[in-house]
Design a protein around this ligand. Structure first.
Ligand code: SAM
Length: 194
């Protein structure tokens, strides 16, 4: 696990920024995510835990490289692994996004049901079950779907961090403002020289 400052991150990647905030993703986090997307230009972007799609909408508006965006979530009434996340389950996953490139995939048991053999992606954004087991499972699924880039949101939550910190190639960005936190891992390049 590497840690880099926000300043170093933006010296390496040309900054893309927005002022809008998602309900769960403040601009300081969104800017890191958008910057990575604009740099790596994924064609198929997959979000685990799309919720109503606030972040998806911002990403799609900003990132023209994306040809297909798959947002995965669970049906209303699903019991989340962590009680604290129960109120996050959307009434209608992805309902805020009206973009032809977007598809919501609502799976009764969540990401565990993903047919990874038939789903490949250039970039996977993990923001679903934040328990350590959930993040591990989702990362293992993502690794079967992509040889591109994985992004984790809510890195600053202890359970997320516990798993992500075990990954030697993961990079967390130390953000200047208090935020939920972002980490990422580039799979298609050798470990970056920072
Ligand atoms: C923090 S919210 C995601 C916020 C969203 N990514 C955004 O930026 O607007 C977490 C989401 O993960 C979903 N979720 C929780 N457990 C899940 C699971 N096992 N599989 C898929 N989605 C899950 C919740 O329903 C919720 O929509």
């Amino acid at each position: 696990m590497y840690r880099i400052t926000e300043r170093d991150f933006y010296q390496r990647y040309e900054k893309v920024s927005v002022h809008e905030a998602g309900q769960y993703t403040p601009p300081v986090d969104l800017n890191i995510i958008l910057t990575l997307i604009c740099h790596f230009k994924p064609k198929h972007f997959v979000e685990f835990g799309v919720q109503e799609g606030i972040t998806a909408k911002i990403i799609l508006d900003k990132c023209s490289s994306i040809e297909k965006y798959t947002g995965i979530d669970v049906p209303f009434g699903f019991e989340t692994m962590m009680k604290v996340q129960q109120s996050e389950v959307p009434k209608s996953a992805g309902s805020l996004v009206s973009d032809d490139r977007f598809e919501a995939l609502v799976l009764p048991k969540g990401t565990v049901e993903l047919d990874v053999e038939n789903l490949s992606a250039d970039m996977v954004f993990i923001d679903a079950d934040h328990s350590t087991k959930g993040v591990q499972r989702d990362t293992e699924l993502a690794l079967q779907m992509t040889s591109g880039v994985i992004i984790w949101h809510d890195y600053n939550r202890a359970h997320v961090q516990r798993y992500v910190n075990r990954r030697p190639g993961a990079i967390s960005v130390l953000l200047s403002e208090k935020s939920p936190g972002v980490a990422f891992e580039i799979l298609r390049e050798p470990l970056p020289i920072l």
